[in-house]
Each structure stands twice: as C-alpha cells, then as structure tokens.
Design a protein around this ligand. Structure first.
Ligand SMILES: NC(=O)c1ccc[n+]([C@@H]2O[C@H](COP(=O)([O-])OP(=O)(O)OC[C@H]3O[C@@H](n4cnc5c(N)ncnc54)[C@H](O)[C@@H]3O)[C@@H](O)[C@H]2O)c1
Length: 256
C-alpha cells in the first residue's frame, strides 16, 4: 500500500465515521485537517494523532468558515488531494403528526442545510483548491468522498427531512463528477446502512441487537472502520467516479 503524501480535509472528522476516516488517513501518512463544530473532541483528536493533523473549528454551512479551513489545509507542505464529507445531523418527525400537526419547517431546512448544502459547500471549496494543484497520475488532482445514507433510497417513517438531504447528495454526485472532470477531481458518495457510531451507541444493547438482526449479512452493525476502509478504497481507485456505493450488508429498510 502506498502512503498518501498529500493533505486531506475531513468534515465531521471529530466523531464517528469522520473520526475513523481521519485515523485511517493519518495512518497512511496524510496530513489531515479536521473540520468540525466539536472543539474539544476535534482538538483532542488532532493532539492525539499529532504530526501534521490539525483541527479547525468549522461550520460546514458557513462559506467563510469552510474557506478558512481549506486555506489552512492548502498551506500544508503538500497538495490538498482528498476531501471526505462526514458532517451531518439527523431529524425524526412525520410529515403530518398524530395530532395533525405539520412537520416543523425549521428543522427540515436545518437538516438540508447541514447535510446537503454543507456537503456541497465543502465539495466546491475543496475542489477549487485541488484545481489549483499540479496534476498527478492520469491527470488526477484530487477526490471528494461524500456521505449519504441508505435513507436516501429507503427512508423510513419520520425520515422525510433526513432522506431529502441525503437524496440530494446522491443526486449531486454525478453532476459534480461531470463538472469536475475538466480539473481532474473525482467525486463519489458512500451510502452507509447502520453503523455503530456514538449515535447508535446511545441505544440500549437490546435495540442494537435487534437492528443488527435485521441485516442480511454480515449480521452485525457496520463499524466506523468499515466506512473508513471504503473511503480509502475510493481514494485509491482512480477509475471510480460519479458513483454512489451502498455499504449496508444488503439491508433494505422497511417503512418502520
Ligand atoms: N452512523 C450511521 O449509522 C450512519 C448511517 C448512514 C449515514 N450516516 C451519516 O454519516 C455521517 C457521520 O455520521 P456519524 O454517525 O459519524 O455521526 P456523528 O454525530 O458521530 O458525527 C457527525 C459529526 O458532524 C459534526 N457536525 C454536525 N454539524 C456540523 C456542522 N454544521 N459543521 C461541522 N461539523 C458538523 C458533528 O459535530 C459530529 O462530530 C452523517 O452525515 C450521517 O448522516 C451515518
């Protein structure tokens, strides 16, 4: 395996899938900038990983905030070639509730803002920085890996906001890859199923077992390391582009 002698940005890199990806990239020699709102966790992780790992408190929905983080990454002693988008939030509410109350407007907007607009914000600013670098093998200048969810396809009851935000990420993967073809930047998206991150870790063991039991094979929750491995596979596979890859043990979610 080759070392990644490049700079990388990982949004949501302080926790869960982003943290696992940060660790995997650093283990392979990349100089990672962690973009996250969580100051304590982000700074702690950067200190633990040391070397060229840095943390920049970033709100992915804010153009100036992301630009500052990308600037920090491009100032490192190697070209920015990798951007992994893991920042995201969830929201659960029915379109019309039991008491006939409509879905709240603001959480829908917020969910789409963080998950979809935030992903695009990092994608566009990281890709612009990559476009300014010298090309490598095959004319490639970089790769962006986004995180959708199987909820983009099999959204459950109450997932209308979350699924809309993740469906948007699936939808933009191909046009973004096409847009960026002329600058040699690839774009792929991972659609994870149920992965054991702090989010699921808060559920009782019984509920976690029951979720795992519904997965065809392997009959276990995904691990953050499974996600990180796939993200790195995509980075290394120079012919993968414009594609969304489900990583879900063949799980197809039922309505509830
Ligand atoms: N865990 C799963 O089973 C699963 C399944 C499918 C998709 N996903 C997606 O994977 C991504 C990572 O999820 P996770 O389980 O690791 O969650 P997590 O909560 O552990 O990590 C998400 C990180 O994003 C950060 N973040 C949130 N809003 C932000 C903002 N505006 N700017 C910058 N950072 C922000 C949080 O601070 C957090 O550190 C999310 O997009 C989630 O929707 C997770």
């Amino acid at each position: 395996m080759k070392d990644f002698d490049v700079a990388a940005v990982v949004s949501g890199g302080a926790s869960g899938l982003g943290e696992a990806t940060t660790r995997a990239l650093v283990a392979r020699g990349a100089a990672v900038t962690i973009l996250d709102l969580q100051e304590d966790k982000g700074a702690e992780l950067a200190a633990e990983l040391g070397g060229h790992t840095t943390f920049v408190r970033t709100d992915v929905t804010d153009p100036a905030s992301v630009q500052a983080a990308v600037d920090e990454a491009t100032a490192k002693d190697r070209p920015l070639r990798i951007a992994v988008n893991c920042a995201g939030i969830g929201w659960a509410q029915r379109t019309v509730g039991k008491d006939n109350a409509p879905h709240d407007f603001d959480p829908f907007v917020r969910t789409v803002m963080v998950n979809l607009v935030g992903t695009f914000n990092v994608l566009r600013l990281a890709a612009a920085a990559m476009a300014a670098t010298e090309p490598g093998e095959d004319g490639e200048r970089g790769v962006v890996v986004n995180t959708a969810s199987i909820a983009a396809y099999d959204g459950q009851i109450g997932q209308v906001a979350y699924s809309a935000s993740k469906g948007g990420i699936v939808g933009m993967t191909l046009p973004a890859a096409r847009d960026l073809a002329n600058v040699g930047v690839r774009v792929c998206t991972i659609a994870p199923g149920l992965v054991d991150t702090p989010l699921l870790g808060s559920l009782p063991e019984e509920a976690r077992q029951s979720l795992a039991g519904g997965i065809p094979f392997p009959k276990r929750l995904g691990r953050p390391e499974d996600f990180a491995e796939l993200a790195l596979d995509i980075v290394e596979h120079g012919y993968l582009n414009g594609e969304v890859v489900r990583m879900d043990g063949a799980l197809r979610m039922a309505p509830r």
